[in-house]
Design a protein. Structure first.
Length: 272
């Protein structure tokens, strides 16, 4: 969206912003690890926009607030109040139609940025959070339960030669040629067997929105919060936990809230 706020509040025709057309946008190069399948033009345009957002090369997000009053309350014809704020936003919302390949485009973004350190993008963890959260290079993908397998299949389809199956591999995705270490966690009891180091060595962690609703997960959260809550931990809870353990990497049963993720993907967010 772009355009200035209209000066005349009574001008109905000029109140709306203008919706930009993605057909005017540049296209990205094809992702380096997409061996046998290529993105379509519309996907490459979305990918280029996402890359610009993550690299901080797009203009800041401009937020407008406006309200006005009329009548005798202020003994004026109109009192018009306006405010603007600017935010350096590195994320966004992909609203392409069903079938346009939003999942594939997100995998392409992960692939394009895979070898770029977060520090090179100016996206380091705030100092105030460093004593609480554990920084990881992994992308966390949160999806409805029925899409966990679909994400795994899409990663294999576009970036690997073949699926080897997961027999004996636990939650790790086994696929020949895949450039990513992928953890697929569809049950909380799988987390019980993992360590913090497993999360730190992963490139992508796929799990469902329902993970936090499981009894195992809620029991772990309750323990970390010292009985205060089954649904959430605070920054102070995490600081206390980190100060109480000697070897953070070897700790078992990590929860999602412990980590400062490289990026977080919400698929079908309306189901959260």
């Amino acid at each position: 969206l772009e355009g200035d706020m209209p000066y005349d509040v009574t001008d109905e025709a000029n109140r709306q912003f203008r919706l930009l057309d993605s057909l005017d946008m540049a296209m990205s190069a094809q992702p380096p690890s997409f061996w046998n399948h290529y993105l379509r033009d519309e996907q490459l345009r979305s990918l280029q926009w996402m890359l610009e957002c993550e690299k901080g090369s797009r203009p800041p997000l401009e937020v407008h607030w406006r309200s006005y009053w009329t009548g005798s309350e202020f003994n004026l014809p109109t009192l018009d109040c306006r405010a603007r704020a600017y935010y350096d936003m590195r994320g966004g919302v992909i609203c392409d139609k069903i079938g346009f390949g939003k999942t594939t485009t997100m995998i392409a973004l992960i692939d394009m940025m895979h070898t770029t350190p977060v520090a090179n993008l100016g996206m380091t963890m705030p100092k105030g959070d460093q004593a609480a959260f554990i920084e990881t290079k992994a992308t966390l993908v949160l999806v409805p339960p029925n899409l966990v397998q679909q994400w795994s299949e899409e990663i294999v389809k576009f970036t690997a030669w073949q699926m080897n199956g997961q027999k004996g591999a636990g939650p790790w995705l086994q696929a020949s040629g895949c450039p990513f270490r992928v953890l697929v966690i569809d049950k909380a009891r799988q987390l019980k067997e993992l360590t913090v180091n497993d999360i730190l060595t992963a490139d992508i962690v796929i799990t469902s929105y329902h993970l936090k609703e499981s009894g195992h997960y809620q029991t772990r959260v309750q323990k970390l919060s010292e009985g205060r809550s089954k649904s959430s931990v605070t920054v102070e809870d995490l600081r206390r936990w980190r100060s109480s353990v000697q070897q953070t990497r070897s700790e078992k049963f990590p929860i999602l809230e412990m980590f400062y993720w490289r990026r977080v993907v919400f698929d079908e967010l309306h189901e959260l």
